[in-house]
Design a protein around this ligand. Structure first.
Ligand SMILES: NC(=O)c1ccc[n+]([C@@H]2O[C@H](COP(=O)([O-])OP(=O)(O)OC[C@H]3O[C@@H](n4cnc5c(N)ncnc54)[C@H](O)[C@@H]3O)[C@@H](O)[C@H]2O)c1
Length: 257
């Protein structure tokens, strides 16, 4: 097998949470381009169906699976649907996330629960459901979408709850990577830096910060969603079989300073 063959995902069945928009959509498309069939999951059927149709248009199989990651029953049913359709799950990308620029003294219980329930509890629920079907096969790759905010304190905007949630994702990744590697399931994470999505491209709340972020990023620009894809394909492929519990930072150097 050539080294490039190791990156080929043909014959693999994948699931992406929050795959209807932004980074999740780019990852779902990228996995399909690398050869995988992809279940696109999310809460809004129209957006996930749109991504799924795009994947079918390039000749791969795809299903749109409605799933709210904060609801354990919904997550379990979503993974069951993938197994009912394809019989196995090889790759899972836990990408869904909630944001919040809220000053620490203003964070209320509702903000805390919204962000922590999605970013931490939601990732745990997904990982559990995915591992439950991967462990009996003694094979599988799970990649969580953390953030550079797992290891730095962003500024000038205040986002302590989000940062805390992403630090939890990175450490949950390491903890379950150690627990599940002996069972054949490899768990890693990516940590994007500032990445332009449909949601943020023209958002007025983001505009005042753009110059700061670009100045503080050694490559002096934000990432495009497509720039997250290569790292994910690597972590899902045979090329990374000895990589366990790694957090692959993709931030244009932002967290170096
Ligand atoms: N864009 C960035 O600058 C950036 C940087 C670092 C990390 N991230 C992470 O990347 C991931 C994707 O974010 P994005 O930037 O593409 O923004 P986005 O808003 O386009 O994506 C978030 C996705 O999560 C989904 N989601 C939210 N709550 C959910 C729930 N309860 N159940 C199921 N799905 C739910 C949304 O519907 C959406 O599809 C997030 O985890 C985010 O924290 C983004």
């Amino acid at each position: 097998m050539s080294v490039l063959d190791k990156f080929n995902l043909s014959g693999k069945y994948a699931l992406v949470t929050g795959g209807g928009t932004g980074i999740g959509k780019a990852i779902a498309n990228g996995l399909a381009e690398a050869g995988a069939d992809v279940a696109v999951t999310g809460r809004t059927l129209s957006t996930i169906e749109d991504t799924a149709q795009g994947i079918r248009d390039i000749g791969r199989e795809s299903i749109a699976v409605q799933m709210d990651v904060t609801n354990k029953k919904s997550v379990d049913e979503g993974v069951d649907r993938v197994i009912d359709t394809w019989g196995k799950l090889d790759i899972a990308i836990n990408n869904s996330g909630q944001f919040g620029w809220i000053d620490g003294v203003e964070v209320d219980e509702q903000d805390w629960d919204r962000i922590m329930d999605t970013n931490v509890k939601g990732v745990l629920f997904c990982m559990q459901a995915e591992a439950r079907v991967m462990i009996p096969c003694r094979s599988g790759k799970i990649v969580n979408n953390a953030s550079m905010s797992a290891r730095i304190v962003n500024h000038p905007q205040n986002q302590s709850t989000y940062n805390t949630s992403k630090a939890a994702v990175a450490h949950l990744t390491r903890s379950l990577a150690a627990e599940w590697a002996p069972l054949g399931v490899k768990v890693n994470s990516i940590s994007p830096g500032y990445t332009v999505t449909e949601r943020t491209r023209n958002a007025s709340h983001v505009a005042p910060y753009r110059d700061n972020w670009n100045r503080d990023t050694p490559v002096q620009r934000p990432a495009e969603t497509s720039e997250m894809v290569g790292a994910v394909i690597f972590l899902c492929s045979g090329a990374s079989d000895f990589v366990v519990g790694h957090d692959l930072v993709i931030d244009g150097g932002f967290s170096l300073w």
